[in-house]
Design a protein around this ligand. Sequence first.
Ligand SMILES: [Zn+2]
Length: 187
Amino acid sequence: MTSAKDLKQRSNNQCELCSATEDLSVYDIPNAKEKVIYACNNCIAQMEDSEKIDPNHWRCLNDSMWSEYDAVKIMAWRMLNRVNQPWAEDMLAMMYLEDETLELAKAAGDGEADENQIIHRDVNGVVLDTGDSVVLVKDLKVKGSSMVAKQGTAVRNIRLDRENSEYIEGKVDGQHIVIITKYVKKL
Ligand SMILES: [Zn+2]
């Protein structure tokens, strides 16, 4: 395990998640093979009790998710899943974790589908995820423009409409458009 002294040094005496400089202590990440981070009481309280989560506090992960340390990345990944905000989804989509690190990040059950989650499915009933690529299965008129998105057009890096399982979003010809899920096929 990394010692408290090592942690203080690598973190520059700051919370490795939000950069706070007070009330810091070593936080032993649950289910992460004894990985530890140096964190402030505020972060720790919210990591330990999801009911205490203040989503805006976790915008700090915008910086710390790029940490060079796996332990920080694991905790950032878990908290981004827990805050359940569209901006956190975007950050998760940008985040890159090695397979082994991702396994550890998932070990506490974060990021798994819960019952209330809206599931998006393509024309064949295949589940769509943020970041997937799809192809249009018919010509689609783009609302509010004269553009027609042609059948066979690939749309990469889609986003899911959090409220409605029938809509996804993506870019066609540089234009951000909303697409109905039954007119796409996952690539
Ligand atoms: Zn903190």
